[in-house]
Design a binder for this molecule. Structure first.
Ligand code: NZQ
Ligand code: ZN
Length: 395
């Protein structure tokens, strides 16, 4: 187990009916000037927008609407301008991961004189800046952004989709599972696969004998595997929504990765797909992950895959290789059972035009040739993209 230091100061308010009584003071503690950020309108359709405006009616609310999925740098630029012009004290993000991610970078940009894209390209700049406090009301379970310091921002002009980190996690996160009941089947599936992928990225790690983290991850994996299909079939099932929401937070708030080396592979490979084709992050991960598992399975890794198969998928067999193969097929079947595509043509990516350039970028950005569970060259990543064009290798 590697040495580590851990601190996370996000104040979590989990459960229904807390917003009504607690949101006002959670926001107002930072000052009267609020930048309210949200996406394309789901919060208006659900009535959440009206509730928030009513609860905060004595505060000065400035709005930034229209933050898109795979949030674009232009929204951050707009937010930077509004924050400066209106002497914003606190950002209130209401929405999914895209809204919260963009809001974190806006919170840093408020103290930056240049273009916020500089801060995405070089996170170290953000650690030299102040950051506005961020309160969020999460409406989609997926990213873990509600309790981590990360954001992923896209620049369509350069086909970049890059991670950036700031000094602070959100100050306060409201996690009301009932707010996620209106999430579509597609986004529910995608969010659940994203949570599962965060767990596989951390679990399959070079560090051995980290039973604390392995055990926590196995428990959260079993939770997501169990409740995701229920949430897809019964959107109003509170237990399903609650388990997915807390899994989202716990999968990526930093706790389960402690003691690991923490090198991620499927995410950098997927981020290229979203950068070039603007596909849904979790759906891309569902396509990539089973193929990545096949790529990394070897004599060296088979024991970990067998542990995964026995402890997560309850596969009973004495032969590690058999268990590993069944487990990888089980991941593929679970993704498919959620009703999302399992190949790139399924998300309308029909040719290999960008495979080479995407692979080069994924290897560079993700340091895939040196710092991950099993190293990948550019050619390996191209082969992986090619493998996602068909269902070959899966039953
Ligand atoms: O824009 P609105 O109208 O709000 O609609 C959104 C959007 O169209 C909709 N939605 C959200 N809550 C809803 C709802 N619809 C109905 N009812 C609700 N309650 O869902 C759509 C997708 O929203 P988005 O925020 O994009 O989804 P998600 O939370 O999955 O976030 C994805 C983004 O997060 C990044 C991804 O790369 C992607 O850009 N990630 C961020 C991470 C982090 N900060 O730590 C880690 C992740 O690995 C991930 O990369
Ligand atoms: Zn993710």
């Amino acid at each position: 187990m590697k040495d580590f230091q851990f601190k996370n100061t996000t104040d979590i308010r989990f459960g229904s009916n807390r917003i009504e009584t607690e949101l006002h003071d959670a926001v107002a503690q930072f000052g009267p000037n609020v930048l309210l950020t949200y996406g394309g309108g789901s919060i208006k359709r659900s009535g959440l927008y009206d509730s928030v405006k009513k609860i905060l009616s004595d505060l000065n609310i400035i709005e930034l609407a229209g933050i898109e999925p795979n949030p674009k740098i232009n929204s951050v630029r707009e937010g930077q301008k509004l924050a400066k012009e209106n002497k914003i004290d606190v950002v209130l993000a209401v929405g999914g991961g895209s809204v919260v991610d963009a809001s974190k970078v806006i919170a840093s940009s408020a103290f930056y004189e240049g273009d916020p894209w500089d801060l995405v390209l070089d996170s170290t700049k953000r650690f030299k800046l102040d950051q506005l406090p961020l309160v969020d009301i999460l409406t989609l379970s997926a990213t873990g952004t509600e309790m981590n310091a990360g954001s992923v921002i896209s620049n369509p002009e350069t086909n970049d989709k890059l991670g950036t980190y700031g000094p602070n996690t959100p100050a306060v996160s409201f996690l009301d599972p009932a707010l996620t009941m209106s999430v579509s089947k597609w986004q529910t599936a995608a969010g659940s696969i994203d949570i599962f992928s965060h767990l596989t990225e951390q679990y399959f790690d070079k560090e051995k004998n980290n039973d604390v983290s392995d055990g926590m991850i196995e428990g959260i994996m079993r939770t997501v595997i169990k409740w995701a299909p229920i949430a897809v079939a019964e959107p109003d099932n509170y237990d399903a929504r609650a388990n997915l929401m807390w899994s989202s937070t716990m999968a990526l708030n930093g706790i389960v990765r402690l003691g690991y080396q923490d090198g991620w592979t499927s995410h950098p490979i997927e981020h290229e797909l979203s950068a070039y084709y603007d596909i849904t992050h979790g759906v891309g991960l569902g396509i990539i992950t089973p193929r990545w598992m096949k790529f990394v399975l070897s004599a060296e890794t088979v024991a970990k895959f067998a542990k995964f198969g026995r402890n997560v998928w309850h596969i009973q067999n004495d032969n590690d290789q058999v268990v590993a193969d069944i487990a990888i097929q089980a991941v593929y079947d679970w993704v498919k059972s959620l009703g999302v595509p399992t190949t790139l043509p399924g998300v309308d990516i029909n040719d290999d035009t960008n495979f080479k350039v995407m692979a080069e970028s994924a290897v560079k950005v993700g340091q895939l040739d040196s710092a991950v569970y099993v190293d990948m060259s550019v050619n390996d990543v191209v082969d992986l993209y090619k493998a996602t064009m068909t269902t070959d290798g899966f039953e």
